[in-house]
Design a protein around this ligand. Structure first.
Ligand code: G4P
Length: 525
């Protein structure tokens, strides 16, 4: 197969959802279709179980398991599909945002009873910012939930997505009869646990045919006819261009645990989802079909076994062919590196690969050479965009609790920050170290890992901050004035960028009013 065909064949995407909406279950069903796994229950995901939210040992164990399922690849309908797993847990949201830079499209899973939830909102916001094409899967139709039209309204108003329903449920919960595939004009009758037979799939070109009443009953048939009539009146037809620009989102209904309505979505996905897209760098746009290899690191996973300190860095191939044992340029370190055992991920199996194409994710064994956002090329200086740090929500001073181990502590903190576990800020006036995280959980994770992986002890001191904002100002004189006035609230991030630590929303507003020439950004980019 030629280079261009290899690229065209690839579909790299992520599934995002609020925890418990059914992301893991859906992932598993997709893998079953692709033959990547044989039995249900084989996928342990990045999911952090509810009961484990206060048990960070358990989280570490699950993080370990999740290396294998960070990327899952399978073939379906002539396409090579790479699913990138994203933690749904809010405390690991930043991990998810970064992983979303490595996908070309996403599937958003929504629980029919809960509708749009907090994490759905946050994650969709990030996807919209990047115009990532999104397909929506409304899950758990075997349970009572919200009315289909109300849900579409909710998706439009809360998530700001323009929807285009491509399948429609016949009833729900106890009365759930199946889904009508608007796209292919087929009715798929529901039976639990994926036990549909050929007979359950009816082609219905004309919904007025009496076979519909015979199979689902008069009431359900009437309701479906009315609903479909309404849909054709109100909602636009599928416009693939609009979908690819992030301007329209096809919606499917189903029940992942029953493997129902999943195939309809997958069949549509392989038809319309984008093959690897170009990537922006600070220097220029990189096209996937360029001959020369380029790629970036979007995730680093530490080995949880302290005896093996190596880490796995996840690289997304953006252009050209990545080859084993070939020298590439590590742009930030300005040095050449080659990899003798790069791995690919086929479900729970890791394999050493010789070559990888745009859209593929390669695992590179790393001994602290990489940090998130690093790029690898055949020599060109390229810095991929879209990997900003987001303002943390929780802050604490970090102190050394064992003076004999200050070197170890410094090294540990440095490496954990490179992995993207949290963010480090150093205050301008006192030089104190502040750790900023999205959730409280990371503080425990950091403390635990410093102890077990680096032999260092730390303690925390509370710090009430509202936000960390990256400061930007083209007017040097204004910037200097601002720096002089607010020095006690200033810090530097790990890259030496200037950050304003706002104590409150009100305080931030006042500072903004007093220094109109200064921009206070929520992200580092
Ligand atoms: P997540 O990764 O998005 O967090 O969700 P996950 O797939 O783990 O699903 C959360 C729960 O919802 C699981 O139940 C799962 O079995 C259930 N679920 C998923 N899809 C459906 C569906 O279509 N219908 C119904 N009724 N339930 C569904 P659990 O009890 O939390 O876990 P488990 O013991 O079943 O693993």
């Amino acid at each position: 197969m030629g280079f261009l065909e290899e690229i065209e064949k690839r579909r790299t995407f992520g599934i995002v959802s609020h925890p418990d909406a059914g992301k893991t279950t859906l992932t598993e069903k997709l893998l079953l279709f692709g033959g990547a796994i044989q039995i249900a229950g084989a996928v342990k995901s990045n999911k952090i179980k509810r009961h484990a939210t206060s048990d960070f040992m358990e989280i570490e164990k699950q993080r370990g398991i999740s290396v294998a399922t960070s990327v899952m690849a399978f073939e379906y309908g002539g396409k090579k599909i790479n699913i990138l797993d994203t933690p749904g847990h809010k405390d690991f949201a930043e991990d998810t945002y970064r992983t979303l830079t490595a996908v070309d499209s996403v599937i958003v899973v929504i629980d029919v009873a809960k509708g749009v939830e907090e994490q759905t909102l946050n994650l969709v916001k990030v996807c919209k910012m990047r115009k990532t094409p999104m397909i929506v899967f409304i899950n758990k139709m075997d349970r009572e939930g919200k009315d289909g039209f109300d849900l579409l309204d909710e998706i439009e108003t809360k998530l700001g997505l323009k929807v285009c329903p491509l399948s429609w449920p016949v009833g729900m919960g106890q009365r759930f009869k199946g889904v009508y595939n608007i796209f292919e004009k087929k009715l798929n009758l529901f039976s639990p646990h994926g036990k549909q037979s050929e007979e359950d799939l009816l082609s219905i070109d004309d919904l007025s045919e009496s076979i519909l009443d015979e199979r689902v009953g008069d009431d359900a048939a009437k309701e479906l006819r009315d609903d479909i009539h309404m849909i054709t009146e109100v909602y636009p037809e599928l416009d693939t261009e609009a979908y690819l620009n992030g301007g329209q989102s096809p919606v499917f209904f189903g029940s992942a645990v029953n493997n129902f309505g999943v195939k309809e979505m997958l069949d549509c996905f392989v038809q319309i989802a984008p093959s690897p897209l170009p990537r922006e760098t600070e220097e220029r746009i990189v096209q996937p079909n360029e001959k020369k290899f380029s790629g970036f690191i979007f995730k680093i996973h530490a080995n949880i076994d302290p005896k093996h300190r190596d880490r796995i860095a996840f690289l997304r191939v953006c252009s050209g062919i990545f080859e084993r044992n070939t020298n590439y340029r590590h742009a930030r370190l300005e040095r050449k590196m080659k990899f003798s055992n790069p791995t690919s991920f086929m479900a729970a199996r890791k394999e050493v690969i010789d070559a990888a194409y745009p859209g593929d994710i390669v695992g590179l064994y790393d001994s602290s050479n990489f940090k998130i956002g690093d790029s690898m090329t055949e020599g060109e200086e390229l810095n991929f965009k879209g990997m900003p740090a987001f303002s943390p929500e929780q802050f604490r001073y970090i102190n050394n609790a064992d003076p004999m181990k200050s070197k170890q502590l410094a090294k540990g903190i440095h490496q954990l920050m490179e992995e993207g576990v949290a963010q480090l800020f150093i205050t301008e006036l006192s030089g104190r170290k502040i750790i900023g995280t999205v959730g409280a959980l990371q503080f425990e994770v950091i403390q635990y890992r410093l102890k077990h992986e680096y032999g260092a002890s730390c303690s925390y001191e509370p710090l009430r901050l509202h936000k960390a904002c990256w400061v930007h100002c083209d007017d040097r004189a204004e910037l200097k004035k601002f720096e002089e006035r607010r020095r006690k609230d200033l810090a530097k991030d790990k890259d030496g960028k200037l950050v304003y630590l706002a104590e409150s929303a009100w305080g931030l507003q006042t500072v903004q009013e007093n220094h109109p020439a200064v921009e206070f950004r929520n992200t580092s980019e």
